[in-house]
Design a protein around this ligand. Structure first.
Ligand code: 4AD
Ligand code: MG
Length: 453
């Protein structure tokens, strides 16, 4: 974009303009401190406004922050007054003026208005400062994103994603994108989204894991990071139909290695959010104290140790059953840190999980449960590397052999123990932000009964 006042002339500058308008730098509100004492241009939307006698206050947001612009005049017929008084919430504007440090202004700076271009006066913006119902807000999600709290959540999300990428890139993991259209299931056939792939059936990916196992044999340590899909009929606060998952996979790694990797990742993300997103946590009224306690190592429980603890705490779960949301909450209440649950019954886990050599009825899997009851954030473990055993497990799970022929090849040509996991981005964000419902942690959530907007 040029530094000249391009564009703006098209809206309200008189066509016969003869003087050269001053060149002002278009800057973003988040960078304002560097511009104190200088005149700049800000392009944004009206968030709010106030007036008292000879002063007008215009609160402007530009996507990176909120800034107060002020205009003072002794003249009742001041032409800027007329423009400012006609503005409504979410009207689009370009303002110019001097940046002045002012401790009383929100953010510590204000803009002393010299000039304003009005691009559009918005009429009847539906989201007003009054309370709205959640279904109403969800139907207006495309606009709701502009609200301060939603904005803060999505800033935290972007920080979580930056932290994840930084973590794996700095450890020299190779990013390997995995396909979204796949011929077979990874996490069981009950939550598969089926679609037509010309004259055959295909499924939306539930996890990039199986392909990660192939790229790990080619690159040693890899990760994929993309959207995943689960046709889950359950309507809970922790499930999305479409969610984002980061999945590392490491050749030669065993269960313990991957637990350490997951622990380091979680500690890193939490530290990064605390370091860089304090302001957002404050806007969200998220108490940072529980997050400040997060450090290594995390407590551990085997499934068989967890069962009696759950019974003691009133759970009705029967031994051999999978942990449900209430069980996850009960276990996380036992600790201030995330807890790693390991050694699950093979019968409740996916076909690819490596059995414990000492107890073949258990698998070398791990679930990380977030503290404060935010549920499972990581699921993973060690994979079967023995070809005969893998064939047997496919049969046990009634999975057809043909679509998995390539996956079996990985065990035929230089098979090695290997492990990996998946971390759900939205679960992590809801924990970081202290938000109980996962629907606010992604710009456009796909839920059981909602695919609009
Ligand atoms: O435990 P899951 O199902 O594990 C896998 O998909 C493995 N194949 C990953 C791997 O080993 N590479 O899912 C992993 C994580 C969960 O711990 C949770 O954080 C998140 O993905 N997750 C969901 N998040 C939101 N909505 C859903 N419906 C989710 N299902 C799983
Ligand atoms: Mg899981």
């Amino acid at each position: 974009m040029s530094e000249r006042r391009s564009g703006s002339a098209a809206f309200d500058r008189p066509p016969g303009l003869t003087y050269n308008p001053p060149v002002m730098k278009w800057i973003y509100i988040e960078d304002i401190a560097a511009w104190a004492g200088q005149s700049v241009e800000i392009r944004g939307w009206v968030y709010n406004k106030r007036s008292s006698g000879k002063v007008r206050f215009l609160i402007i947001r530009d996507g990176t922050g909120i800034l107060q612009a002020t205009h003072f005049s002794e003249r009742k017929d001041d032409p800027l007054f007329a423009k400012l008084d006609g503005l409504t919430q979410e009207s689009s504007v370009i303002v110019r003026g001097l940046i002045r440090e002012d401790k009383r202004a929100p953010g510590g700076f204000e803009l002393v208005l010299e000039d304003i271009d009005v691009l559009q006066v918005a009429r009847d913006y539906p989201i007003t400062p009054k309370e709205h119902s959640t279904p109403f807000l969800m139907s207006n999600r495309h606009l709701w994103l502009r609200s301060q709290k939603q904005h803060a959540v999505l800033e935290v999300r972007a920080e979580v994603i930056r932290a994840i990428r930084g973590f794996f890139d700095s450890r020299k993991f190779r990013l390997m994108d995995t396909p979204i259209l796949t011929p077979s299931a990874c996490e069981g056939t009950t939550t598969l989204f089926e679609t037509q792939y010309f004259d055959q059936k295909a499924y939306l990916s539930q996890s990039g894991q199986l392909y990660n196992e192939a790229t790990a044999m080619a690159f040693g340590k890899v990760y994929c990071f993309g959207p995943t899909f689960r046709a889950e009929r359950s309507k809970t606060r922790k499930h999305l139909i479409e969610f984002w998952m980061v999945e590392p996979e490491v050749a030669f790694a065993e269960l313990e290695d991957i637990i350490e990797l997951g622990t380091d990742l979680v500690v890193d993300i939490v530290g990064r959010v605390l370091e860089r997103r304090r302001k957002e946590l404050e806007i969200l009224e998220r108490d940072p104290a529980p997050l400040e306690k997060i450090g290594k190592p995390f407590p551990r429980l085997t499934y068989e140790q967890a069962v009696p603890e759950l019974k003691k705490r009133g759970s009705s779960m029967q031994p051999g059953e999978d942990l449900g949301a209430p069980e996850e909450s009960l276990l996380s209440e036992m600790f201030d840190l995330p807890v790693c649950v390991t050694h699950f019954p093979a019968s409740i886990k996916a076909f690819y999980m490596q059995p414990d050599p000492a107890r073949p009825d258990l698998v070398l899997g791990v679930d990380f449960l977030a503290s404060e009851g935010y549920g499972e954030i990581i699921g993973g473990g060690q994979r079967i590397h023995d070809p005969a055993l893998l064939e047997e497990k496919l049969r046990e799970h009634n999975l057809p052999r043909d679509p998995y022929a390539w996956y079996l090849d990985l065990r035929k040509f230089g098979t090695v123990p290997h492990s990996g996991f998946g971390l759900g981005v939205e679960r992590m964000v809801s924990w970081m932000c202290g938000i109980r419902h996962i629907r606010e942690t992604i710009p456009f959530p796909r839920l059981l009964y909602r695919i609009y907007p």
